[in-house]
Design a protein around this ligand. Structure first.
Ligand code: NAD
Length: 333
């Protein structure tokens, strides 16, 4: 029987696997990472499922002589020594996407909170104040949303926006004419997106090219009164520019699930892990919350955090292992 070892397992993940077809193979569930695990377990392991704190470097892999497959419960795989795995013909599978609709839906949670002042209304009603002065919102129907980055999440956001009757424009360094035609949106140059969008929504990755893509030099190009929504990475927006744009009324509001300074987060599930320092996130949030503006809605990097997204991570991992056992590996990296 193939020896499958799941490292860094949470009780919820363990229960999921126990209900899957893999239970017949009696997998071993460990809370530890491989680098801390018992030598005997490592020696036996033929399939190892890990999360990103399991650093499968040459030294640890040497202690796993029978290893044939690694199923990482993450999108990223830089915790695994690819060169050693290639040499030893160890198959690696990842979870390429799990939260595109979850993040896109949260994007609209932020948009609707701002467009209908849900957060302001909530604070009033819990104080027993049912007045509606100052709570006039605006319709999404007929408005223009500018989506920056039309990958998995951006395209899903475009789909939802079309459902609201919005005009969708987009900017991407690698545009897809096919998707634009299929979903009914138009690619425009970056600055035109800034000047034509009622709502700007960021869905590009964080890298040296995208760092501060919204900055002090280009905020003046933004259509007056637009909303800025960021569920991608905080570093895409220069915080000082954001504050300036809000002060000057260039932006009428911002919805932020991510804040500048939290770029160390590689994998969203990291936030739920006990290894992750919540203190850092708390400090960031406190700093930014000091802005204390009624027209800013901040959530603590939870766009990915839905029950279904979590189930998809472990579900894809189980499917990856089953596919490998059936002789046709999937989601190989
Ligand atoms: P993806 O790789 O599928 O899509 C990214 C898109 O951005 C691609 O189409 C790419 O061509 C485009 N792009 C790259 N550089 C660009 C640039 N300079 N200008 C414009 N577009 C550019 O990624 P995804 O799965 O859609 O995720 C998008 C972002 O969302 C990532 O940064 C990811 O980290 C973030 N994310 C956040 C959460 C959360 O919980 N808040 C969860 C998952 C992902």
């Amino acid at each position: 029987m193939t020896k499958i070892v799941f490292f860094e397992m949470t009780p919820v993940e363990r229960d999921f696997v126990k209900k899957s077809a893999l239970r017949r193979l009696r997998p071993v569930f460990l809370e530890e990472k491989p680098q801390e695990a018992d030598a005997g377990v490592l020696k036996q392991a033929e399939i190892a499922s890990v999360f990103i704190y399991s650093t499968l470097r040459a030294e640890t892999l040497r202690r796993m002589p029978r290893l044939e497959m690694i199923a990482t419960r993450s999108t990223g795989f830089d915790h695994i020594d690819l060169a050693v795995c290639r040499k030893r013909k160890i198959t690696i599978s990842n979870v390429p996407s799990y939260g595109e609709n979850s993040v896109a839906e949260h994007t609209f949670a932020l948009i609707l909170a701002l467009s209908r002042k849900v957060h302001q209304a909530y604070f009033r009603t819990i104080r027993g104040d049912f007045s509606f002065e100052g709570l006039e919102g605006f319709d999404l129907n007929g408005k223009t949303i500018g989506i920056i980055g039309t990958g998995h999440i951006g395209l899903h956001a475009a789909r939802i926006a079309r459902g609201f009757g919005m005009r969708v424009i987009a900017y991407d360094v690698r545009p897809s004419a096919f998707m634009a035609e299929t979903l009914g949106f138009e690619y425009v140059p970056f600055e035109r997106l800034l000047s034509s969008s009622d709502i700007i929504s960021l869905h590009a990755p964080f890298n040296p090219q995208t760092r501060h893509m919204i900055n002090k030099d280009n905020i003046c190009k933004i259509k007056r009164g637009a909303l800025l929504i960021n569920t991608a990475r905080g570093g895409l927006v220069e915080t000082e520019a954001l504050a300036l744009a809000l002060d000057r009324g260039i932006l009428s509001g911002a919805g932020l699930d991510v804040l500048e300074g939290e770029e160390l987060i590689k994998e969203e599930r990291q936030i739920l892990s006990k290894e992750f320092s919540m203190e850092r996130l708390k400090t960031l949030l406190q700093n930014h919350i000091l802005l204390n503006r009624e027209n800013v809605v901040i959530t603590p990097h939870i766009a990915f955090n839905s029950h279904e997204a979590f189930q998809r991570i472990i579900g894809t991992t189980v499917a990856n292992i089953e596919a490998f056992l059936a002789g046709h590996p999937e989601n190989q990296v």
